[in-house]
Design a binder for this molecule. Structure first.
Ligand code: AMP
Ligand code: ZN
Length: 463
């Protein structure tokens, strides 16, 4: 599986984060179903232009210039923020391992991440194959893919090429020798507008830098071969980026490389506009945290809505996801109380079967969550329920075991224990006012007290 990765010129906004929530669920689902998953996610650190145009401004270089830094400093920094956000959202790394907070950009390549600027030779080699097969032409400005050479060029978008050409014609045509407006750049020469481009390499077409699309074809085929089962991206990629990737694949190998293209719908604002960094209407996980949400609340929110369904972001929606996650943790806690370990029970096969079926139905996570509700309301043994739900969490990725264990921590800090003891005394003396005050103080310290038949039950608030 190849997932088109982030352009590392800014911290991912929640729309990007939504995209990877779906592919994380897909990755985890495949593992759960017993597949071996070879997966690559790229970091785009060169050639992605503003407005996704061929002749826009390079996003990385824009940030580098405005911050007075080198392109590599910019991409290093934002690769770090990607892995941090993957950690917070509990997304697996492409190689299936847990993301670590302290990873360096350099280490990412050992975990299935592929950084564009480390693969320039592969892109040149891929372009050469396309050239040898007769799909290209060269001008003083660039090496182009000639889209008229591929009769079903618009197959993915189902657009009619002549319609597409009309749309593209409105763009400023920078290169008068470009044959068809829809032809796209495979290699951009360091000349004209790009004479001062900071990142550049030697190539058979002169000094320059790769077009945006070639990195995904080249790195995908390098690591996953000339047949790739699944390739993903947002719906914005259908008509340009993936259409061009597909053309490059066929141009090089003479056959379709990707079997299934999966596209996630957008996260939009209340007005229905796509969340987007460049439009300035999006925000990041850091800002979400400042509003008091845990990234796992966002995970729950995103995963409960099908990936092909647009999401209009709302705090109400996020708030209900937060409550749903808390209530799930509370229900499990009420089942484990008194048991020796979380793994005493058995996995309930009938529920597991239905959980798998939901996921196999084009990742129907909301139906998988409904299986959990049914299981919780069933007559099954408590320990079996707990064991089964924790097993499901291999896919849901809600860190349930961690939350439960944290809540069950037996040894209370001494100052907390002291207040608990004082409260027991107050209750024995029927001083309910004092008992309530102490409960409030404990709550402020992050502990919840429930009065049961066996006295006080104290647990850490985990959210
Ligand atoms: P980019 O960093 O722009 O290359 O985007 C990284 C991924 O996030 C791509 O697969 C995009 O299609 C996806 N994406 C960008 N904005 C949104 C959005 N608002 N909603 C969902 N996916 C998005
Ligand atoms: Zn891509």
């Amino acid at each position: 599986m190849y997932n088109c990765g982030p352009t590392v010129y800014w911290r991912m906004q929640l729309g990007n984060i939504r995209a990877y929530a779906n592919w994380d669920i897909l990755h985890r689902t495949l593992l759960y179903l017993g597949y071996d998953v070879d997966r690559v996610v790229n970091f785009t650190d060169v050639g992605h232009m503003t407005e996704d145009e061929d002749f826009g401004d390079d996003k990385i270089e824009n940030t580098a210039r405005s911050e007075g830094k080198t392109p590599q400093e910019i991409s290093d920094h934002f690769i770090n923020t990607v892995t941090q956000d993957f950690y917070s959202m509990n997304y697996l790394q492409p190689d299936g391992s847990q993301t670590r907070l302290d990873m360096t950009p350099d280490e990412t390549k050992d975990h299935g991440w592929a950084r564009a600027t480390l693969h320039i030779e592969d892109m040149i080699a891929h372009n050469k194959m396309i050239e040898v097969n007769g799909f290209t032409y060269e001008t003083e400005q660039a090496l182009y893919f000639d889209v008229t050479k591929l009769p079903d060029y618009t197959k993915l978008s189902r657009q009619v090429l002549s319609d597409k050409l009309v749309g593209v014609r409105d763009e400023v045509i920078v290169d008068p020798n470009k044959k068809n407006p829809a032809d796209f750049v495979l290699w951009m020469k360091r000349t004209g507008k790009y004479a001062k481009h900071l990142q550049h390499w030697e190539s058979p077409w002169g000094d320059g830098f790769p077009g945006w699309h070639i990195e995904c074809s080249a790195m995908g085929c390098k690591y996953l071969g000339e047949y790739i089962d699944i390739h993903t991206g947002g719906v914005d990629h259908i008509s340009v980026h993936h259409t061009n990737e597909r053309a490059q694949n066929i141009g090089a190998y003479g056959h379709e490389v990707v079997r299934f293209w999966l596209h996630n719908e957008f996260l939009t604002n209340k007005e229905g506009d796509k969340f987007s960094k460049s439009k300035g209407n999006a925000f990041t996980l850091v800002e979400l945290r400042e509003k008091g949400y845990d990234p796992l609340d966002l995970r729950y929110y995103f995963m409960s809505i099908h990936y092909r369904q647009p999401i209009r972001f709302s705090e109400d929606g996020l708030e209900s996801a937060k409550n749903a996650r808390k209530s799930l943790i509370d229900k499990i806690l009420s089942l484990v109380r008194g048991s020796e370990s979380l793994d005493e029970g058995d996995i309930l096969k009938a529920y597991d079967e239905r959980f798998r079926e939901s996921l196999m139905d084009d990742l129907n996570v909301s139906s998988a969550l409904a299986v959990i509700s049914e299981l919780l309301g069933s007559e099954s043994k408590d320990s079996d329920k707990v064991r089964t739900i924790l097993e499901f969490d291999r896919v849901l990725g809600l860190r349930l075991r961690e939350s439960i264990e944290k809540a069950l921590e037996k040894d209370l800090p001494s100052e907390v224990q002291d207040l608990v003891d004082q409260r027991a005394k107050a209750r024995a003396e029927k001083d309910y006012q004092r008992s309530d005050d102490l409960r409030d103080r404990l709550k402020e310290m992050g502990y919840e007290v429930l009065d049961g038949v066996n006295g006080q039950d104290v647990r850490k608030i985990v959210l």
